[in-house]
Design a protein around this ligand. Sequence first.
Ligand SMILES: [Fe+2]
Length: 216
Amino acid sequence: MAALLRPRGPFGEYPTKLYVLPQVRAVPVPQLHILRMRVASPFEALKLPDTLKFLEEAICHFATRAPVWLPWVYVTVRHGDIKELGDDVWHVDGYSMRTPHPPEVDYIWSDHTPTEFLVGRFEPPAAFNPLKHDLALWLQSRAANGHVFQGEARCWYSLSPYVVHRRPAYASAPRTFLRISFLPIEIVDDVQTQNPLLEDRRRPNGFRASLTRLCQ
Ligand SMILES: [Fe+2]
């Protein structure tokens, strides 16, 4: 198996609550649904469409603190209606990537019904192959062994790929969830949202859809 800088657990870390908080201005439209839109590349200026300008202060705040090995910046916005995207089951962010890489850093924020966290020690068995098996499915099967707590609304949290979390299933619309991600590699899959100010380099990637449950 190719290997090696892929996060391998144990999973179940606490997130980091941030006490120095960049402000979040109001989202300028009633509905905005963006998944991992690239807004910055190494050595290039921030490229923000007008609808994302409300996040500029927060992005710059975190970008000036990001380590040099995480130069790719992505934004996720789920604002307005709640769409069923599988984010209400236990999962981690920045794990199921075909290319092994050092851990990314994500900053998340919710206006209400904030993210829940599952804390414990979740170590996948040796037979777990990240190129074949779905980590989220495995985490569901072990969740009873962990401790659940909920973050605070309107508060930024920093997450590594070892932090297990989910959107509370009872969250009601309208709701705003924000995520700013700092990565060491470029994402070029076909489910991310294209930034109209940047070249479209997306390509088909059925990798994640092919993952299965590890029966163990
Ligand atoms: Fe997530």
